[in-house]
Write a protein that binds this ligand. Structure first.
Ligand SMILES: *[C@@H]1O[C@H](CO)[C@@H](O)[C@H](O)[C@H]1NC(C)=O
Ligand SMILES: *[C@@H]1O[C@H](CO)[C@@H](O)[C@H](O)[C@H]1NC(C)=O
Ligand SMILES: *[C@@H]1O[C@H](CO)[C@@H](O)[C@H](O)[C@H]1NC(C)=O
Ligand SMILES: *[C@@H]1O[C@H](CO)[C@@H](O)[C@H](O)[C@H]1NC(C)=O
Ligand SMILES: *[C@@H]1O[C@H](CO)[C@@H](O)[C@H](O)[C@H]1NC(C)=O
Ligand SMILES: *[C@@H]1O[C@H](CO)[C@@H](O)[C@H](O)[C@H]1NC(C)=O
Length: 691
C-alpha cells in the first residue's frame, strides 16, 4: 500500500503550475483543448513529454506545435491535453497509440446550495490528537487552512511535523491563469476538506458515528488538497491532472464531489479514467452521485455516494431571557454560550458600512474591537461568516441568504462559531425583544438531533439511477448524510481502512455497502436508484463478515463481455488482453455487492446472478441466506448455506430471481447472509427499460 514518506511529502509541497496558455487561433482555424488518452503508463526510452510532443508533431501544423501542448499526464497514466483543430483532432484519433480523444469540458462542484459551506472555509481545527496514517486526497476547489504559514501567495504549506491534517496542496489552472494558489476562494473545497479531515464528524458526535471512531482510536485522516476547480467550475484537463498527481503522491483514498451533467463511456470520462488507474494502485475513489437528474458516476470501481437529508433533523435552539425558545437551522458543535455573553446588532458595531449592510453583517462591515467575544445579530445568514471573521463568539441570524432572498434554506449548514439561523419571523421577534427589553439575554445552544434517524431520506437534489452506461451496475452505491456527502464519508472509509490496511478498495466498498442501514422503499419510488445499498454505518462496516471483491481482471472480463476491443483494453489496462470470441456477458456478472438486471419490458422475467464472497470474519463460520418476499417475485439462492473453515476462503453461490413486472415498476428486493451476528445484505434490483 502506498504510504507517504518525507520525500513524497516534500514533492507535494512543490506546487504544480501549468503553463499559462491562452486560446490560439491561426488566421482561419480555431483550436480547442482536447484530451488525448493513451492508456496505462508504458515503458519507453523517451520521456513521456517528448513522446507526447512527437505524437503532436505528426499531426499539428509546425507553426503552432510549440504552443499546442497544454499538459502531459505521465505520473500515473498516459495522455496529454492539447490545442487542436478539428482536422488535427481527427488525424490524432486515428493514431495507433490513442485510446480516445475528447474535448475538454467543464464539470461543477456538487453540493446542495451555496450556504451549505458558508463560513466553513476557516473551520479547519487543529486538534493536537494522534493522527491516522491514512491520507485522503481531496480534488475540489482548494483549501483555506487556518495557518500563519499559509500566506496569500499560496506557496507555503504546513510544517512537516507529522501532526498536521493538511499535508500538501497543489493547484491547476490550465484555463484559468488568474488562479495562482491552492487557496479556496469558493468554499466548496474547504467544506469538503474540513469535514473529510474528520473534525466535523468528531465534534458533532454525528449520529454516534464519532464514538465509534474514537473507540477505534482513529481520530481522523490526513488531507492532501488538489485544487482543480474555481468559481467557474472545473476544467476536465485539470481534474485529470489532479488524479495523475494524487495517485503518484501515494494517497490512500481520493474523494471528489465534482461531476458532469451526463454519464459517459469510460474512455471519454476523466473521472472514470483517473479513478480506474487509482483503483489499479489500490486507491479507493469516492464520488458524489451528482446534483441533478441521472447519476453520472457510473463505473463499478468508483464508490458513488448519494446525499441523504438526515441533516434536516439537526437544529440549533436559541433561548431568550424571557423564556421564549426558538428552533433554528445550523449544525453547531459549540456548547451553549450561556446568557452572560453581550449581544450586539450588526448596525451598532460597524463604522464602515451603511445601516442595511451593517444589519446584514455584510463582508467587511463589522469592527473587530466592537464584536470580539460577543453575539452578533445579523439579518442575513451570510453574516455568520463575517461575524466569525470579526472574532464574534456567536451569531443569531435570519435564514435568509445573501443574493437569494427570499429563499429560505431547508438544510442545516455547518457553522464555524456558535450560531443559529432562525426563520425570518422568529428573527423579528428576537429583534423586538432586544428593542423592548432593558437587559436582554440570549443563549445559543449546541445542536441537537430532533428526528428519528432510522429512516433517512435521500435529498431531492441528489442524482438518481439507473445507470445509463453500465445498465446492470446499481448506482448510486450508498447514501451518506446530507450536506457533507462525501466529506463525511471519507473519514468513514478511512476508519474501515485503518482496521484493515491491506483490504482492496473493493473490499472496503463491499463492507460499507453490505452493512449499510436498510432504507424504506415505500418512502421513495426509485428506492435503490436513490439510495443504493442504504445508509452508511461505518462502525458495522469494520466487521462485515463476508466481502464481495473485484479485481482488475474482473473489470477486463466485464469490458470484454460488453464488446470492447482487445487492443483498446490492452492500452487502458497496460497488459496484453485477448478477449475470447463469444465472451458475451453483461455487467451483471461482475462480482458486485449489489445485483441488478436491466430487462426488456416483459411481463415475466427470470434473471440469474452468480457471486463469490470472501470470508473476512471468523475462520470457522456458517452463513445462512434469507431473502425478501413478495407476490411479485421468487428468489432462489444455491447453495443457501455457506460453511467456511478459514479466513480469506472464498465461496460462490447462484441467485435466480423470477417474477413479473408490476405496472412497469422496478423490482426492489434483497438477500442477506447471516452467521447469527453479522448481516451481509445485498439489494437485488430488476428494472424494465421504460424506467
Ligand atoms: C429593532 O431595532 C432595530 C434597530 O433600532 C430596527 O432596525 C428594527 O427594525 C427593530 N425591530 C423590531 C422588530 O422592532
Ligand atoms: C419574549 O419577548 C418577545 C418579544 O418581545 C415576545 O414576543 C414573547 O412573547 C416573549 N415571551 C414570553 C414568554 O414572554
Ligand atoms: C504484449 O505483447 C507484445 C507483442 O505481442 C509483447 O511484445 C509484449 O512484451 C507483451 N507485453 C506483456 C506485458 O506481456
Ligand atoms: C431489448 O430488445 C431490443 C430489441 O428487441 C434489443 O436490441 C436489446 O438488446 C434488448 N435489450 C436487452 C437488455 O435485452
Ligand atoms: C476450525 O474448525 C476445525 C475443525 O472443526 C478445527 O480444527 C480448527 O482448529 C478450527 N479453527 C479455528 C480458528 O477455530
Ligand atoms: C413463486 O413460486 C410459487 C411456488 O412455486 C409460485 O406459485 C408463484 O407463482 C411464483 N411467483 C411468481 C411471481 O413467479
Amino acid at each position: 500500500m502506498a504510504k507517504f514518506n518525507s520525500s513524497k511529502i516534500f514533492i507535494l509541497l512543490i506546487l504544480s503550475v501549468v503553463a499559462l496558455i491562452t486560446p490560439i487561433h491561426s488566421s482561419d482555424v480555431e483550436r480547442k483543448v482536447y484530451i488525448v488518452y493513451i492508456g496505462n503508463l508504458v515503458e519507453t526510452d523517451e520521456s513521456p513529454s517528448s513522446y507526447h510532443f512527437n505524437m503532436l508533431q505528426e499531426v499539428v501544423d509546425s507553426r503552432f506545435l510549440t504552443k499546442s501542448l497544454v499538459r502531459s499526464y505521465k505520473r500515473s497514466f498516459n495522455g496529454f491535453a492539447a490545442y487542436l483543430t478539428d482536422q488535427e483532432q481527427e488525424k490524432l484519433a486515428g493514431h495507433e497509440k490513442v485510446v480516445s480523444i475528447f474535448p475538454s469540458t467543464t464539470f461543477y462542484p456538487q453540493t446542495t446550495r451555496s450556504w451549505d459551506f458558508l463560513g466553513l472555509a476557516e473551520n479547519v481545527h487543529r486538534n493536537p490528537t494522534a493522527e491516522s496514517d491514512t491520507i485522503i486526497g481531496v480534488i475540489d476547489t482548494g483549501i483555506w487552512p487556518e495557518s500563519e504559514s499559509f500566506n496569500d501567495e499560496g506557496l507555503a504549506l504546513l510544517p512537516r511535523n507529522g501532526k498536521d491534517k493538511l499535508i500538501g496542496a497543489r493547484y491547476y489552472n490550465s484555463q484559468s491563469p488568474t488562479v495562482d494558489s491552492a487557496r479556496d476562494k469558493d468554499g466548496h473545497g474547504s467544506h469538503t476538506t474540513s469535514i473529510a479531515a474528520g473534525n466535523y464528524v468528531k465534534d458533532a458526535s454525528f449520529y454516534g458515528i464519532a464514538q465509534g471512531i474514537a473507540r477505534g482510536g482513529v481520530p481522523s485522516a490526513r488531507i492532501a488538497a488538489y485544487k482543480a476547480c474555481n468559481g467557474d467550475g472545473c476544467q476536465t484537463t485539470d481534474l485529470l491532472a489532479a488524479f495523475d498527481d494524487a495517485i503518484a503522491d501515494g494517497v490512500d483514498i481520493i474523494t471528489i464531489s465534482v461531476g458532469g451533467d451526463y454519464p459517459s463511456q469510460l474512455e471519454n470520462d476523466v473521472i472514470a479514467i483517473g479513478s480506474l488507474h487509482a483503483f489499479q494502485k489500490g486507491i479507493l475513489v469516492t464520488q458524489s452521485a451528482g446534483n441533478r437528474g441521472t447519476v453520472s458516476s457510473v463505473m463499478p470501481w468508483i464508490f458513488t455516494v448519494a446525499a441523504s437529508s438526515t441533516d434536516r433533523g439537526i437544529v440549533t435552539k436559541v433561548a431568550l431571557g424571557n423564556g421564549t425558545l426558538f428552533t433554528g437551522k445550523t449544525v453547531n458543535s459549540f456548547s451553549s454560550t450561556g446568557t452572560s455573553v453581550p449581544v450586539v446588532y450588526g448596525k451598532d458595531v460597524s463604522s464602515r458600512c451603511n445601516e442595511l449592510s451593517a444589519l446584514s453583517c455584510h463582508p467587511g462591515c463589522l469592527d473587530t474591537d466592537l464584536v470580539k467575544g460577543k453575539i452578533v445579530l445579523c439579518s442575513l445568514f451570510g453574516g455568520v461568516k463575517e461575524a466569525f471573521r470579526a472574532g464574534a463568539l456567536g451569531s443569531v441570524s435570519s435564514q435568509r441568504l445573501f443574493f437569494q432572498s427570499p429563499a429560505v434554506a431547508d438544510e442545516s449548514s455547518v457553522v464555524p462559531l456558535a450560531a443559529s439561523a432562525l426563520n425570518p419571523n422568529d428573527f423579528q421577534v428576537v429583534q423586538s425583544y432586544f428593542n423592548s427589553t432593558k437587559s436582554p439575554k440570549l443563549d445559543i445552544l449546541k445542536s441537537e438531533s430532533v428526528r428519528n434517524l432510522d429512516a433517512p431520506l435521500v435529498a431531492s437534489f441528489s442524482s438518481r439511477g439507473p445507470n445509463r452506461i453500465l445498465t446492470d451496475i446499481l448506482k448510486p452505491d450508498i447514501t451518506a448524510p446530507g450536506i457533507e456527502i462525501l466529506a463525511a464519508f471519507s473519514p468513514m472509509a478511512a476508519y474501515v481502512k485503518s482496521f484493515h490496511p491491506n483490504w482492496s478498495p473493493s473490499a472496503i466498498k463491499s463492507a460499507l455497502m453490505t452493512t449499510a442501514w436498510k432504507m424504506d422503499p415505500t418512502k421513495d419510488s426509485l428506492a435503490e436508484f436513490s439510495y443504493g445499498a442504504g445508509h452508511i454505518d461505518p462502525v458495522k462496516a469494520v466487521d462485515p463478515g463476508l466481502v464481495y471483491e473485484t479485481f482488475t481482471d474482473d473489470y477486463i472480463k466485464m469490458f470484454c463481455g460488453l464488446g470492447y476491443d482487445s487492443a483498446k483494453l490492452s492500452k487502458i489496462f497496460g497488459v496484453n488482453i485477448t478477449c475470447s470470441a463469444g465472451q458475451h456477458g453483461r455487467s451483471k456478472d461482475l462480482n458486485y455487492p449489489s445485483m441488478t438486471s436491466y430487462i426488456n419490458t416483459s411481463v415475466t422475467f427470470s434473471e440469474y446472478f452468480t457471486r463469490t464472497v470472501t470470508n473476512v470474519g471468523l475462520a470457522n463460520s456458517t452463513y445462512k441466506v434469507t431473502t425478501s418476499t413478495s407476490p411479485d417475485y421468487n428468489i432462489t439462492v444455491t447453495p443457501n448455506i455457506l460453511t467456511f473453515g478459514a479466513t480469506n476462503e472464498k465461496k460462490s453461490f447462484d441467485v435466480i430471481i423470477s417474477g413479473k413486472i408490476n405496472n412497469g415498476k422496478m423490482v426492489s428486493s434483497l438477500l442477506e447472509w447471516s452467521d447469527g451476528v453479522r448481516k451481509v445484505r445485498s439489494p437485488i434490483v430488476v428494472y424494465p427499460n421504460n424506467l
